[in-house]
Design a protein around this ligand. Structure first.
Ligand code: AMP
Ligand code: MG
Length: 335
């Protein structure tokens, strides 16, 4: 059995987990909550620095109760990017120290691909089109000849950040996505919002501005605006995902990333998949948001395919794109 310790801390959630081929052995986390406004990179990094020792000790202690000791750990994996520079550096430093002191390999993991691989593992889907939507990222991807190709993506901010930004305007605390979802469920009237799809790419920043104006200048009810915001943004995401599936002739789709927890979005995607006789997959919420288990799991796939990271190549990559990663752990699809 191979066991990997995974560390995640690209943004607001610091998490450590131990994972084997069979299961998640133990996962624990500590979440940074901004007192006001959005995530402040330096404050989030300070949070991670002061919580790291506790989080790693709890993960190791929890694993010990499951019969896994320090010397059973085969490698340390960490989020090498994308993410906030100060947060990434804090967690990478801890990962390097653990790798050196335990004398086990270090594995720098692409955070976006970790979201995809944990979803494939938990849902048992083989070769899906992936809609990956989180705070900072919004991408449609699929695997082809050794890489996860980005078929479409946001041209400005991620959908999660657009929701969080509008939520802040409404005076709601971070993260705003779930609070917008709650308000949207009470909306009844659709108010026109900018629907911006350019080819396979998307734009969300105008949506936040239009939503603010609809309340500020046109005095619409906030429930109706949350509803209209969601209907517009989620239709855009569904449209691009469907086009990717049509072009690639794929009959599976996987939802990944924190915004994937939204029930209305899940419903829209499910309907789209049903209409084209495709299967829709979404993992449990705990694997949608940022978590150490996904980092450990991708680390496991990478270790088993001989893909580790020497210390001198372990510098963090705040803009690390998934299509930069050579996928060493997947068989080529026959199509
Ligand atoms: P991640 O970066 O993957 O951890 O995702 C965090 C983002 O997911 C934040 O922008 C949240 O506001 C957003 N989010 C979490 N739950 C929901 C939800 N139910 N609806 C919409 N957005 C959500
Ligand atoms: Mg994420």
């Amino acid at each position: 059995m191979t066991i990997i310790l995974g560390l995640e801390g690209t943004a607001w959630n610091l998490s450590a987990a131990l994972v084997s081929e069979e299961k998640e052995i133990y996962e624990t986390e500590s979440t940074y909550k901004p007192l006001y406004g959005g995530i402040h990179p330096r404050e989030a990094a300070q949070h991670h620095a002061s919580e790291l020792k506790g989080v790693v000790s709890r993960a190791l202690g929890g694993a010990e109760k499951e019969g896994v000791s320090l010397r059973n750990i085969d490698a340390v994996a960490f989020s090498q990017g994308p993410g906030m520079g100060p947060c990434l550096r804090t967690v990478a430093t801890a990962a390097r120290a653990l790798s050196l002191s335990l004398k086990i390999p270090l594995i720098g993991v692409n955070h976006c691909i970790a979201h995809i691989e944990i979803g494939r593992w938990r849902c048992g889907t083989k070769d899906p089109v992936v809609l990956y939507i989180s705070g900072a990222n919004s991408q449609v991807l699929a695997y082809r000849t050794g890489k996860y190709r980005i078929l479409g993506e946001t041209l400005d901010i991620g959908i999660g950040n657009a929701l969080d930004k509008f939520a802040r305007y409404l005076g709601l605390s971070h993260p705003g996505g779930p609070k917008i979802e709650e308000l949207a469920s009470k909306g009844t009237e659709y108010v026109h919002m900018p629907y911006v799809v350019k080819g396979m790419d998307l734009s969300f920043s105008g949506l936040s501005t239009a939503a603010k104006d609809a309340i500020n200048l046109h005095h619409h009810k906030k429930e109706d605006i949350c509803y209209s915001f969601q209907e517009t943004a989620f239709s855009m995401l569904t449209e691009v995902t469907e086009r990717a599936m049509a072009h690639l002739c794929k009959d599976e789709m996987l939802l990944a990333g924190g915004v994937g927890a939204n029930k209305r979005l899940q419903q829209m995607l499910k309907t789209m998949c049903h209409d084209r006789e495709a299967r829709f997959y979404v993992p449990e919420n705990k694997y949608l948001k940022d978590n150490g288990a996904m980092i450990a799991y991708l680390g496991l796939l990478m270790l088993k395919s001989g893909n580790t990271t020497p210390i001198d190549k372990s510098v963090v990559k705040p803009n690390y794109r998934p299509d930069e990663v050579e996928v060493t752990w997947r068989e080529e699809e026959q199509n």
